[in-house]
Design a protein around this ligand. Structure first.
Ligand SMILES: Nc1ncnc2c1ncn2[C@@H]1O[C@H](COP(=O)(O)OP(=O)(O)OP(=O)(O)O)[C@@H](O)[C@H]1O
Ligand SMILES: [Mg+2]
Length: 657
């Protein structure tokens, strides 16, 4: 058992334990419920045994105990004749038994005995009695059967209730634990900085919160109950079988190693096959997803059949893996059934023989039929749950990794909240996302109220400068100052609330246009009107079916319109510094014009940095900084730079002419 669980798993179990701790009392409730259910399951066949041995076929033998031998628990019948129940014959020492039979002191003839009337009838003569007499003779037995049947029904209903209760309890526990885990995980994620999200694809993070938390939930919903109840059930059955009859119990014990071996063998195979099936399904999904997302390109390049060929090869592998799953699965369960019935065959032979030899009662034989079939089930169930457990623990490990990441987006305690005026200074700033340097000593300063354009080829580090200014990343070397104060000492949330930014690719959330503009920052009707006017959104609003309350998504508006909404969102916060990372996408002349007006309004009375791609935007600024390969190579006005005929002039000729 311990082989399947690697040592690192115990750390994860402890970690999951932290989330379970508030609900430990639930486990306290669960255990007595489970114990009751186990006791009922292990006890039911005993009722059948009692019904048969005590009420249906209670048989006795006449015995004449030899004077020098003392036999316990005999029932005095007449004179020196005693009675012994068939069930007790096997307790006689074999030598004594043989001697008694040989000397005729123990008769093998079976009798029915009624103690109240001290009445003895040969069993094979019972059927000769008229039904009425038989009925009155066996009245007490019938009453006993009635009581047992009632008890049986009560136990079955109790079993139903305990099983429902325990299923509900573990289900509840699983939901509670994963619910709080998802909440804590997401709370933690929100405190992580952009570097974390840049390194981890959003799909992967999403999987942690959805798929992985569901796998963990399965541990609670199916594994926990099995691991808590099945070992007890197994032990209970093993003990009851032993108490009932040692020799027959060995049929079960003897076949056990075979069952364990097969279960383990199949478990590892199941695991491998399931992994393969899932891997191929994932491949199939992403392939389909990609081909539908890129359908325009596929049709444009007439690549339909090529894509179908690729799809077919994955599809056929998926088919084969599934077929393998069906074959292996189809082998396992029938094999287990074969072993069960092998046990039954052995029981019929040995048990039947013992019944004939008077050393076993039919009631015990019948009970064994049930026990042997129940005996192997816990082993199979536990083994099957090991895979679920492993999957769940691996999922938990992946979730824990998120908690381990310490790239928190928080400031040192010394950071202050300052009211920004708008002076910006970079002093010999160096930066790299990983090992390749991106900024190699950038120095510049911008006065409050000044408007500057940042130009440079793609990948030069323009967006990076903005990321540093907003404290999304920290410089490796050099200083960034705002109003002469090092960014290090300014609280980032306060800083970001005073810098407005229009991103290169503005993101709109699913919601109304109004929600997207306000974005948690309520505006009065007058303020909103002013924002719409300044951001040139009036005409768009009048065109939308429900005006400001129209539901929009990131892809329902054109690129230009998204920029306008983003400008409005920035204006709504009335920031001191504005940053515009201009989109490179083409925009129709009419929207282009609206954008120019919107941008001009955005820049009015503010410090502004524009990463410009359009000549018309460049013309709005006081100075131009040219960034080339991580360094600021020139600065000046458009005319000055053109006259100098340096990098800017080259860029300008490449881009704008
Ligand atoms: N999150 C990141 N992790 C690693 N490298 C990055 C990351 N973001 C950007 N880079 C790299 O840093 C360099 C500068 O990128 P940056 O986005 O600042 O360029 P840019 O000047 O804004 O370009 P563009 O005009 O295309 O927007 C590029 O080589 C880019 O590949
Ligand atoms: Mg950029």
């Amino acid at each position: 058992m311990a082989k399947g669980v690697k040592t690192y798993d115990w750390r994860i179990v402890l970690w999951i334990g932290k989330f379970v701790r508030p609900y430990l009392w639930v486990i306290g409730i669960l255990i007595p419920i489970v114990m009751l259910s186990v006791a009922i399951q292990a006890g039911l066949p005993l009722i059948t045994r009692t019904a048969i041995d005590r009420y249906i076929m209670p048989t006795y033998h006449k015995i004449l105990p030899p004077p020098n031998v003392k036999i316990e628990g005999l029932i005095p019948y007449k004179d020196s004749v005693y009675l012994i129940p068939t069930a007790r014959i096997k307790e006689l020492p074999p030598a004594l038994y043989r001697q008694l039979v040989a000397s005729g002191r123990l008769s093998l003839v079976k009798y029915y005995y009624k103690p109240s009337q001290n009445l003895l009838v040969r069993v094979d003569e019972l059927h000769k009695l008229p039904p009425r007499e038989l009925f009155s003779l066996r009245h007490a037995d019938i009453l006993g059967l009635y009581r047992l049947a009632t008890l049986f029904v009560i136990l079955i209903i109790s079993l139903f209730v305990t099983q429902w209760l325990s299923d509900y309890t573990v289900g509840w526990l699983g939901q509670k634990v994963t619910h709080s885990m998802r909440m804590k995980l997401n709370t933690h994620l929100m405190t992580l900085g952009l570097p974390y999200f840049h390194r981890n694809p959003s799909g992967r993070i999403l999987t942690r919160l959805t798929n992985d938390s569901r796998k963990l939930q399965e541990i609670f919903e199916s594994t926990l109950i099995v691991l808590v109840s099945e070992p007890f059930l197994f032990i209970a059955i093993a003990v009851v079988m032993w108490r009932l009859d040692h020799r027959l119990a060995f049929i079960g014990y003897g076949l056990l190693p075979l069952v364990i071996l097969l279960s383990n063998l199949f478990r590892t195979r199941f695991r491998r096959i399931y992994r393969e099936v899932r891997r191929l399904l994932g491949k199939l999904n992403s392939m389909l997803n990609e081909s539908f997302m890129g359908i325009t390109v596929i049709q444009l390049f007439n690549q339909q059949s090529h894509i179908l060929d690729k799809f077919d090869s994955i599809n056929i592998n998926y088919f084969r893996a599934n077929l393998k799953r069906i074959v292996v699965f189809g082998l396992f369960y029938p094999l287990m059934v074969v072993i069960q019935y092998l046990a039954v065959a052995l029981l019929i032979f040995y048990g039947g023989r013992s019944v004939l030899a008077n050393t076993l009662t039919i009631g015990v034989l019948t009970a064994f039929l049930s026990y042997l079939r129940m005996f192997f089930r816990p082993v199979q169930n536990i083994s099957a749950q090991f895979n679920v457990l492993q999957e769940g623990l691996t999922a938990a490990e992946r979730m824990r990794e998120i908690f381990e990441s310490k790239e928190r987006d928080i400031d040192p305690v010394t950071a202050k909240r300052i009211k920004v005026k708008g002076d910006i200074e970079f002093r010999n700033v160096h930066f790299a996302y990983n090992s390749t340097p991106v900024l190699k000593g950038v120095t510049f300063s911008i006065k409050a109220g000044e408007k500057v354009a940042l130009v440079g080829p793609t990948g030069a580090g323009k967006t990076t400068i903005i990321n540093l200014l907003l404290k999304f990343y920290l410089p490796k070397e050099g200083n960034i100052l705002i109003d002469g104060i090092d960014l290090h000492d300014i609280e980032r949330t306060h800083l970001r609330s005073q810098i407005g930014i229009v991103l290169q690719e503005p993101y709109l959330f699913t919601g109304t246009l109004r929600e997207n503009i306000e974005f948690g920052h309520k505006l009065s009707k007058r303020e909103l009107d002013h924002v719409l006017e300044s951001a040139q959104l009036k005409s768009l609003v009048s065109r939308l079916p429900n005006g400001l309350d129209t539901l929009i998504k990131s892809d329902t508006l054109s690129a230009g319109e998204r920029q306008l909404v983003s400008i409005a969102r920035t204006l709504a916060r009335n920031p001191t510094i504005v940053i515009l990372d201009e989109a490179t996408s083409n925009i129709d002349p009419e929207t282009e014009y609206l954008l120019q007006v919107g941008i001009r309004n955005l820049l009015a009375n503010r410090t502004g940095i524009i990463i410009a791609h359009r000549l018309s935007t460049i013309k709005l600024v006081d100075r131009i900084f040219v960034l080339w390969d991580g360094k600021l190579v020139e600065s000046g006005t458009h005319d000055e730079l053109l006259k100098r005929d340096g990098p800017y002039a080259t860029l300008y000729r490449l881009q704008y002419e």
